[in-house]
Write a protein that binds this ligand. Structure first.
Ligand SMILES: Nc1ncnc2c1ncn2[C@@H]1O[C@H](COP(=O)(O)OP(=O)(O)O)[C@@H](O)[C@H]1O
Ligand SMILES: O=C(OP(=O)(O)O)[C@H](O)COP(=O)(O)O
Length: 403
């Protein structure tokens, strides 16, 4: 894999360099609540701009449905990138249309532009390779070289992560190099006990990784929205909690295999419930109650792990030599449901082992909840991406950067 240093050595002055970043930041309206993913790509963007490249930064944000949707605009991320760089950053209001073409044509050496959300074009995520390829052809017309630095999206086989680098000289950026370097420590000669904590809301995406993790980790702690499919598989009532119904038999099999292979699969013993999802805008008090995990009322929704589970999870992390954590334990964006995530973050800090936190929301959670980033071994910008890396899968966005 050639890195950005090779591109810089070849000389980039006057060249248009396409940087596929992951600027999928959490937003409250148009306010960015955590800019970690933007800061993470700065070394790459700065190095290219300082060397006189005309830098075209691109990313997805959220999951719009293949058409423009103002709620998912990258405009706030573009302005924040400009603030962090201390220079004006141009913003194209489309991906490959008139605005993108003229914005890129208007760049001088050392200038930076951001184009609009790649997922506003259906070609970005299309299953049909021809449709993806057609979009990639249009993106390729905007650049002379490609730098892959969106680590959080390298597990996606999308036009900008796979088809575009096939059309341009391609290089790995600094963030990808760092992320892969650190995650290698968790795959080669991992120190034990190795504990993996999983939570969050992308349940369908992330349940599959448990299949592999059962053969790799010594202990699996399950929280967040992920936990309720497990509780359901145990035969418990889970009320209106997040459920991946079609995966219940698969999860039941995970429970059986864990027992057989002596992997500790730890589920919440109690949870915080309420009669609905909290208002994240007003943060109005949600008045949750703590109930035993096997006593969730039918009309209630589980939104965080409970106080007994906090203690249990902390104790299961206390002797870990290696920890990987992806996915908040609850709806941490609301103060009434942040305690589970706080307890796990604190347990990682207190753990003597090498600790890695991965995922857009998990990384944002530890910073928003006031933890010191330096207290963790590594904070990865990718949740699904790092999990799939740990599974030993070939990540399409990394494979596409190979020579
Ligand atoms: N019990 C729950 N029910 C619904 N959503 C939850 C629950 N627990 C956590 N979440 C949500 O999960 C989201 C993060 O999930 P995910 O995207 O999978 O994590 P990451 O970005 O770290 O990989 C947060 O926005 C949080 O509010
Ligand atoms: O936020 C992301 O992943 P993560 O929540 O697993 O960290 C990435 O930006 C990928 O987004 P996607 O899961 O919509 O493809």
């Amino acid at each position: 894999m050639k890195t950005i240093d090779a591109l810089l050595a070849e000389g980039v002055a006057g060249k248009r360099v396409f940087v596929r970043a992951d600027l999928n930041v959490p937003l409250d309206g148009t306010t960015i609540t955590d800019d970690g993913r933007i800061r993470a790509v700065l070394p790459t963007v700065k190095a290219l701009a300082d060397a006189g490249a005309r830098v075209v930064v691109a990313s997805h944000l959220g999951r719009p449905k293949g058409a423009p949707d103002p709620a998912y605009s990258l405009a706030p991320a573009a302005s924040r990138l400009g603030e962090l760089l201390g220079t004006a950053v141009a913003f194209a209001t489309d991906t490959v249309g008139e605005s993108a073409t003229s914005t890129v044509a208007g760049l001088g050496d050392g200038d930076v532009a951001v184009i609009e959300n790649l997922r506003f074009n259906a070609g970005e995520t299309a299953k049909d390779p021809a449709e993806r390829g057609a979009f990639a052809d249009q993106l390729a017309a905007l650049a002379d070289a490609y730098v892959g630095d969106g680590f959080g999206a390298v597990h996606r086989a999308h036009a900008s992560t796979v088809d575009l680098p096939a059309r341009l000289p391609h290089y790995a950026g600094y963030l990808i190099a760092t992320e892969v370097g650190v995650l290698k420590r968790l795959t080669e000669d991992v120190k034990r006990p190795y504990v993996v904590a999983l939570g969050g809301a992308k349940v369908s995406d992330k349940l599959a990784v448990i299949d592999q993790l059962l053969g790799k980790a010594d202990r699996l702690l399950i929280g967040g929205g992920m936990a309720y499919t497990f509780l359901k598989a145990k035969g418990y009532e889970i009320g209106t909690s997040l459920l991946q119904e079609d995966q219940v038999p698969v999860v039941a099999e995970y429970l059986r295999r864990a027992e057989e292979s002596c992997v500790e699969l730890v589920l919440p013993v109690d949870v915080l419930v309420a009669d609905g999802f909290p208002d994240l805008k007003t943060k109005a008090p949600a008045h949750p109650t703590a109930v035993a995990a096997d006593a969730i009322p039918a009309d209630q929704q589980g939104l965080d792990i409970g106080p007994e589970s906090r203690k249990l999870y902390a104790s299961k992390l206390a002797d870990a030599a290696t920890v990987f954590w992806n996915g908040p334990m609850g709806v941490f964006e609301h103060p009434d449901y942040a305690e589970g995530t706080k307890a796990v973050a604190q347990a990682l800090i207190d753990s003597p082992g090498f600790t890695v936190v991965g995922g857009g929301d998990s990384a944002a959670a530890v910073r928003i909840l006031g933890f010191d980033e330096q207290a963790f071994g590594h904070i990865s910008t990718g949740g699904g991406a790092s999990l799939e890396y740990l599974e030993g899968k070939t990540l399409p966005g990394l494979a596409a950067l190979e020579d």
